[in-house]
Ligand binder design. Structure first.
Ligand code: ATP
Ligand code: MG
Length: 180
């Protein structure tokens, strides 16, 4: 299983329909500052159900919709489709290719589709639940986060590692139990 392509339309700086074809292995996106590299990563997080505007580097969810430029009017909706290669059958669905679409309007309403059929976000989460991708499953290391880890105080660095290892939540529960 690997991410095969990403199509963005009206999402952040991508006003026109743009498709990125991806290959198995590592993909590098290069370009000048402000050209939309991080927006590509935001699009992947968003289509997989991210609903924190802050995680998408915006103030409110509507900020993902193309806001217009000097020469181009704002758009009314954002749409992202992520196509996953499923020839190895890693996803429990009888398709060798699975496309997940999210569409959002300025009203704030989101629509989701699996291979063009409308569905709930829950259906997407269930489909991806054993795959290691999906909201709160895949890991996106944001710009500046590596610096933050390297320059952190030892106790803060330990917290990062504990969070990654999944023990932080247990420690918090233990502390809470001991306080009682
Ligand atoms: P850097 O190398 O500095 O990290 P980058 O290639 O990662 O840059 P991004 O952060 O992906 O750049 O893109 C920033 C650009 O996206 C800015 O020019 C910003 O105006 C534009 N942008 C973000 N949201 C929207 C939106 N809703 N509508 C139009 N443009 C947007
Ligand atoms: Mg960036």
């Amino acid at each position: 299983m690997y991410l095969k392509s990403l199509t963005v339309k009206g999402f952040k700086s991508f006003a026109s329909t743009t498709t990125l074809r991806l290959e198995p292995g590592i993909t590098c996106v290069v370009g000048p500052n402000g050209s939309g590299k991080s927006n590509v990563v935001d699009a992947i997080a968003w289509v997989l159900g991210e609903h924190s505007a802050k995680a998408l580097r915006g103030g409110k969810m509507e900020d993902v919709i193309f806001a217009g430029t000097a020469g181009r009017a704002p758009l009314g909706r954002a749409e992202v489709t992520l196509t996953i290669d499923n020839t190895d059958g890693a996803l429990p669905i009888d398709y060798t290719e699975v496309s997940i679409t999210r569409r959002m309007f300025r009203s704030g309403e989101s629509e989701y589709e699996i291979n063009g059929n409308s569905c709930r976000l829950l259906d997407i989460q269930e489909l991806l639940s054993d795959s290691g991708i999906g909201r709160e499953m895949h890991v996106i290391v944001g710009q500046g986060q590596l610096d933050a880890v390297l320059h952190a105080k030892p106790e803060d660095r330990r917290a990062f590692i504990e969070e990654a290892a999944g023990v932080l939540k247990h420690r918090k529960r233990k502390e809470k139990a001991l306080r009682k």
